[in-house]
Design a protein around this ligand. Structure first.
Ligand SMILES: *[C@@H]1O[C@H](CO)[C@@H](O)[C@H](O)[C@H]1NC(C)=O
Ligand SMILES: *[C@@H]1O[C@H](CO)[C@@H](O)[C@H](O)[C@H]1NC(C)=O
Length: 230
């Protein structure tokens, strides 16, 4: 971790050999230093490719002028689709246009979608699991509604004879996400969804939004914030 002109840069080295710059501060220019920093890491052979985390489209376009960006890391699941809409300035479409891979995290919605969280009591009572105390999806007042939502969502997986937490199920939804480099490892190819099924799932999640923010309040100030121009 390195702090650089007020930018907090967290380099995560994934198995993909992508160094990812994360946690951009809104007031800093362009991500310029961050890009130069990861680019330097790349030149020094510390990483093979450059990645960014949760950048909006405008910042990504500025970044690619400075150095080649191989991947953007984002949260993406049926209930978190910011990369498809204005919250991220349609980042998914921008990545497709620029030929940049999307690497998604929390595809199972921080375990909400595994179905093994059935009430607030699923968490240890001592509050050591921060989701139960700090993540709005799971707090006492919202969890019942969200569990009920997952219960209904389960129907789609059951029709295909897999569990809702079956990663194969989620990774087989075409057009919802593509994790090109991970795909083969996740076994999604066993579940095939037709166009109509995908449309039905999409309609369900668009009509039934999950209750509360997906992460801790503070995370809002780092997700898809644009930075000022250099
Ligand atoms: C990148 O590397 C150059 C050359 O070594 C160095 O002068 C510069 O300070 C580095 N920049 C960052 C942001 O790490
Ligand atoms: C739910 O399942 C996941 C994955 O097996 C596990 O890590 C987690 O501890 C379980 N329980 C809760 C409350 O998330």
């Amino acid at each position: 971790m390195a702090s650089n002109h007020g930018l907090l840069i967290l380099i995560k080295v994934l198995g993909l050999d992508v160094g990812i710059a994360d946690g951009f501060a809104p007031r800093c220019p362009v991500h310029y230093d961050a890009i130069i920093f990861v680019s330097n890491c790349s030149l020094e052979g510390k990483i093979k490719r450059i990645g960014l985390c949760k950048v909006p489209s405008t910042a990504l376009r500025r970044a690619v002028k400075i150095a080649p960006v191989a991947a953007v890391q984002v949260e993406y699941s049926p209930f978190v689709r910011e990369i498809e809409n204005s919250a991220s300035q349609n980042l998914l479409a921008t990545c497709r246009k620029l030929g940049i891979a999307i690497v998604c995290y929390c595809p199972l919605g921080r375990c909400l979608l595994t179905g093994n969280i059935t009430s607030h009591d699923s968490f240890a009572a001592d509050g050591t699991d921060l989701r139960s105390t700090h993540f709005p999806w799971f707090t006492e007042e919202k969890i019942a509604a969200n569990v009920a939502l997952v219960e209904r969502f389960k129907g789609f997986a059951e029709k295909k004879g897999v569990s809702v937490g079956g990663r194969g199920f989620f990774f087989s939804i075409p057009g919802m996400w593509k994790v090109k480099y991970l795909e083969d490892n996740w076994g999604g190819k066993d579940v095939v969804l037709g166009k109509e099924e995908v449309a039905e799932i999409r309609m369900f999640v668009e009509e039934n939004e999950v209750n509360g923010y997906r992460s801790v309040e503070m995370a809002k100030s780092f997700a898809y914030v644009d930075t000022r121009e250099e």
